[in-house]
Design a protein. Sequence first.
Length: 223
Amino acid sequence: MTGWGEFAAALAVFLLSHAVPVRPPVRPWLVARLGLRGYLVLYSIASVAVLAWLIVAAGRAPFVPVIPYSVPLHWLPVVAMPVACALVVAGMSIHNPLSFGGLGRGPFDPGRPGVLAVTRHPLLLALMLWAGAHFLANGDLAHMILFGLFAVFAWAGMALIDRRKRRTLGADAWATLARNTARISLAGLTRLRPRAWQVAAALGLYLGLLALHGPVIGVVPWP
């Protein structure tokens, strides 16, 4: 299966892989058997694998140009991805009761929210940055569908998770935990105090993505 058929199949699997495992009673069943950490690790690995397939499938779809090639637009992912990588590392290294992701062992301190002062949803914001930059850099129909859906998915996901967490935690608990956080706030950057290992991990992730982009995706990231 190739062309639009493979792209449609990969997109369907990606959407199902994100819709089904997080729904009750599937998520509690998986957590009970894998543990929360095991569930998050397995879910992350599966998500990355399906995402890689989806990106490759988009590259195999028929090329239908929409946005003309532009060198400045082609540089956008190179510039945006270090920020996205930093968000991924920061989001995965803390305990986050206000969104998904987060492998931190210590309890969440509302007085020192870390990256949550910038966004309660660091992984979704990273996804939105990645999708928005690649949406403009590619400019063909298949990739615009792909990255446009991801950007909308990430943006809508922030609102949906906020509403769900407010309901499940209760209004008072939500207000206490979220008082120093934001859905997205540039002002929160002044409260960031990244650790050296987080900076190194984000840089390593970024360089790894650059190195693997050509062999795995089939496209060299440099203009």
